[in-house]
Write a protein that binds this ligand. Structure first.
Ligand code: SAH
Length: 208
């Protein structure tokens, strides 16, 4: 018997370009329904973003998996996530890295996500409240940074907090009425070139 998350991996992720076995295993091991309100749980394994509190969304599983795969997290890595939301992507990331710091600007969301992560035993994740566009200098530099909200440009503090060889995956808003460009920036010494991955639709990264 397979679990709903294992079925999601087989039917929605493997056929759509997710090939990294560690990422697939992480996706199969995180119960997405636990990150949703009771009335939304029956939709947990549909491959789409879903509403959470504060007018925000839990990301689409395929996008979470492809972002993680692009960032190629290693078991010794320390990762930063901007935009905790429900805590789902942080939970996935926590299975792939040594330690995860995730920042959320809405205190109610941060509190709820922290409680869910604690209850499910994701004890290598720290949820911080604040403006993620400033990064989280206290534990920098990061091997992996994932941004789950769309910015107009890449916030400089995030580039500054990227370790040498580190990977930053971020949706960049190109214009108001077009999808965002999901990009991966990789630091090589002083150079941080990027490559475009695919178009995405994220909620905006809001200041403050
Ligand atoms: N990764 C989440 C999805 C997050 S949606 C999940 O798996 O559920 C994007 C989140 O970014 C929202 O919760 C929003 O409140 C938050 N956000 C927006 N601007 C932010 C900022 N400047 N700093 C931190 N979080 C921010």
């Amino acid at each position: 018997m397979s679990t709903p998350a294992q079925k999601m991996v087989a039917e929605q992720l493997r056929p759509h370009g997710v090939t990294d076995e560690r990422v697939l295993q992480a996706m199969a091991s995180v119960p997405r329904e636990e990150f949703l309100a009771p009335r939304m749980r029956r939709h947990a394994y549909e491959d789409r973003a879903l509403a959470i509190e504060c007018g925000q969304t839990i990301s689409q599983p395929l996008v979470v998996a492809l972002m993680a795969q692009a960032a190629a997290p290693q078991p010794i890595d320390i990762a930063l996530e901007v935009g905790t939301g429900s805590g789902y992507a942080a939970a996935v990331l926590s299975r792939l890295c040594r330690r995860v710091i995730t920042i959320e600007r809405e205190p109610a969301l941060a509190e709820h996500a922290a409680e869910t992560l604690r209850r499910l035993g994701f004890d290598n994740v720290v949820v911080a409240v604040g403006d993620g566009s400033l990064g989280w200098a206290a534990e920098a530099p990061y091997d992996v940074i994932l941004v789950a909200a769309a910015a107009r440009g890449v916030p400089q503090p995030l580039l500054d907090q990227l370790a040498d060889g580190g990977r930053l995956v971020i949706p960049v808003a190109i214009s108001a009425d077009a999808p965002q460009d999901l990009r991966i920036y990789t630091r090589h010494g002083d150079q941080v070139p990027y490559r475009s991955l695919f178009p995405v639709l994220f909620v905006p990264l809001r200041p403050g």
